[in-house]
Ligand binder design. Structure first.
Ligand code: ATP
Ligand code: MG
Length: 289
């Protein structure tokens, strides 16, 4: 367990996200390489602090080959006026699926199938711990040196537990949000919508994006403002796949993008879907080359 910034040496910036920067770091004692995510916020922003604290608690309990490991969470303690929360993560040298898509534009079905299987295994593990990820998207699926994809980033995830106070849920806007998340009544009070189905929706959108090479629910040039996105997600027809897509892939996407979350495929159902079980290659080599 890594307990403070003093143990680490920053080597490079790996990327920036919403409110945070990710660095490549080396542990001085062992020379091991890690990724360090630093989230900055005002101490006034109590909500974010709680959010981050929750993220920390969750991360410490997570131990799966399909989920990026966390090796420590601490306050940097460098600034009295603002807070800096640091997460030491497993270093994923292949970058994110978002980075891969920027370079390659599109991925073949055999690779998408392998990615889908790994993400579904990760979701099965997380959901089994009553954790809803809530931010599945290409930039949160990371690739290690062996070409293995793992789920990362619990920035907006939360433990679904009886103890969770009503109205405490984080509602962020994301292009990968499921239709039911636009229905705040259902989201905040619905007895059955626990959010798990939203992760399956986001997986479907992400896999479709890997195939089409762009965010699939709106036209490539269209401005992704909130109203456009909401209309596309809640009322739009799922995009038609080109004829080259296999019937298995088409059916997999259809099960993920079922608008009514009650009818959507579950993680367990999708893990035994032919698109996932009949895959012919493992993603490894294709990501690395
Ligand atoms: P958002 O803040 O909306 O989640 P994001 O996922 O792009 O967006 P970050 O999670 O801060 O933002 O990550 C920024 C980038 O840093 C990622 O896109 C990825 O390229 C890189 N990165 C993140 N975590 C790691 C890691 N563990 N190993 C290697 N690179 C990483
Ligand atoms: Mg991220």
């Amino acid at each position: 367990d890594i307990k403070g910034l003093a143990e680490l040496e920053k080597l490079a910036v790996l990327g920036h996200g919403n409110g945070g920067t990710v660095y490549k770091v080396r542990q001085r004692r062992s020379s091991s390489i890690y990724a360090l995510k630093v989230l900055r916020f005002d101490h006034d922003a109590i909500g974010i602090w709680h959010q981050a604290g929750r993220e920390a608690e969750i991360l410490k309990r997570v131990d799966s080959q399909f989920v990026v490991r966390c090796h420590g969470v601490f306050d940097s303690g460098t600034d009295a006026d603002s807070g800096e929360l640091c997460f030491v993560m497993e270093y994923m040298e292949g970058g994110s699926l978002h980075d891969v898509l920027r370079l390659r534009r599109r991925l073949p079905e055999s690779v998408i199938s392998d990615v889908a299987r790994r993400v579904l295994e990760g979701l099965k593990y997380l959901h089994g711990m009553k954790i809803v990820h809530r931010d599945i998207k290409p930039s949160n699926l990371l690739i290690n040196g062996k070409g293995e994809v793992k789920i990362a980033d619990f920035g907006v995830s939360q433990v679904v537990a009886g103890s969770l106070e009503a109205g405490d849920s984080y509602v962020g806007t994301s292009a990968y949000m499921s239709p039911e998340r636009f229905d705040s009544e259902k989201w905040n009070g619905g007895p059955n919508d626990d959010g798990f189905a939203g992760d399956v929706w986001a997986l479907g959108v992400t896999m479709l994006e890997c195939y089409m090479g762009h965010f699939p629910l709106i036209a490539p040039g269209q401005k992704p403002d909130w109203a456009t996105l909401m209309c596309a997600i809640c009322f739009g027809e799922p995009p038609k796949l080109v004829e080259t897509a296999s019937p298995d892939f088409e059916s997999f996407i259809q099960r993920c993008l079922e608008k009514d979350w009650r009818n959507r495929g579950t993680v367990l159902e999708l893990l035994s879907h032919p698109f996932v079980t009949k895959r012919c290659t493992s993603a490894g080599g294709l990501f690395l080359g």
